[in-house]
Design a protein around this ligand. Structure first.
Ligand code: R5P
Length: 309
């Protein structure tokens, strides 16, 4: 079996005008996935595969994750000032929740059957240096809340690169003991450029460390090469709020070039109509809707909601 999509461009382009060693990503050749539907995951244990199959829909091989962990560094973030009110209406339309244990225990009904990717790092806020993190959640506590995966971010090339890699290695090692996958998030420091060279390096580093899936940013050009060079699934973060159609276009291009889902926050919960937005993004991820089709769906759902108010 092989993945059904893949990038369109040829590998080996020099980026940012720099003369580079020519690389050969063969991003038009999908990675084979024998034995299990997710790339690079065939040799994992049953528990790992079962948890990954809760996060990624085995029918499409993709996921819509809802990220609302922003409060752990930003406090009451716009759009999720009230997690108890803002998140539950979105939950029926997503495959997975990404959040802190504090938000989960205090605001999310335990009756939910949505898998949880648990933010497990701490130590920094927007008032200080964001990359200066430690691990703040034990894997035993992740087990207690029935997390389907644990996560921390790395700042490749940043002042605290080593410490953030150490955090991630700790989670991977502890998670492996319990069969809990680790999501590696490639954060981008202020001085870093979000191009395919940097993101490709960061994604490959965390995959080689042993992450079971990776969250990174979409980039143009060369996102297909970031995907091709990373032997485990990639999902994209949304980043800062964009106009709705632009966010849908970004999601579409990422999926078209091989991302296996989105882990979006602000572009969903800060949209004019968050429920319509998450349903539109879902149509892109799981139904291959084009951005314009998803935007039509968004406007239709939004009008229906306004009419019913
Ligand atoms: C940052 O605080 C978190 O890691 C978010 O989960 C991540 O940035 C994704 O959220 P957004 O789509 O808002 O960038």
């Amino acid at each position: 079996m092989a993945e059904t999509n893949g990038g369109k461009s040829e590998g080996g382009k020099a980026e940012g005008g720099r003369a580079e060693e020519k690389k050969n990503f063969r991003s038009d050749v999908p990675m084979e996935t024998p034995g299990f539907f997710l790339r690079g995951s065939a040799h994992l244990g049953w528990g790992m595969k079962n948890r990954l199959s809760r996060i990624f829909n085995p029918e499409t091989g993709r996921t819509v994750m809802l990220a609302f962990d922003h409060g752990y560094i930003m406090g009451p973030t716009s759009g999720i000032e009230r997690v108890d009110l803002d998140i539950p209406p979105l939950m029926p339309h997503v495959d997975c929740l990404m959040c802190t244990r504090g938000a989960l225990r205090s605001c999310i009904p335990p009756e939910t059957n949505k898998p949880v990717v648990l933010r497990s790092s701490t130590g920094a806020t927007i008032l200080k240096e964001l990359s200066d993190e430690v691990i703040g959640v034990t894997v035993e506590d992740a087990v207690r809340i029935n997390a389907s995966a644990i996560t921390a971010q790395v700042y490749i090339g940043g002042e605290h690169e080593r410490d953030t890699l150490d955090n991630l290695a700790y989670l991977i090692n502890e998670g492996n003991r319990y069969g809990i996958p680790t999501l590696g998030v490639t954060a981008v420091g202020r001085d870093m450029v979000r191009d395919s060279r940097y993101l490709g390096l960061a994604c490959r580093v965390v995959a080689e460390l042993g992450c079971h899936f990776v969250k990174t940013y979409y980039c143009e050009p060369g996102f297909d090469e970031v995907v091709a060079g990373c032997p485990v699934p990639i999902v994209i973060a949304g980043g800062k709020k964009l106009p709705e159609l632009d966010a849908m276009t970004m999601a579409y291009r990422a999926i078209d070039q091989g991302a296996l889902g989105v882990d979006m926050g602000r572009n969903i919960f800060c949209a004019d109509d968050p429920v319509a937005m998450v349903r539109a993004v879902r149509s892109i991820v799981h139904e291959n809707a084009k951005p314009e089709e998803a935007y039509d769906l968004y406007n239709t759902l939004r009008s229906e909601r306004e009419d019913s108010d």
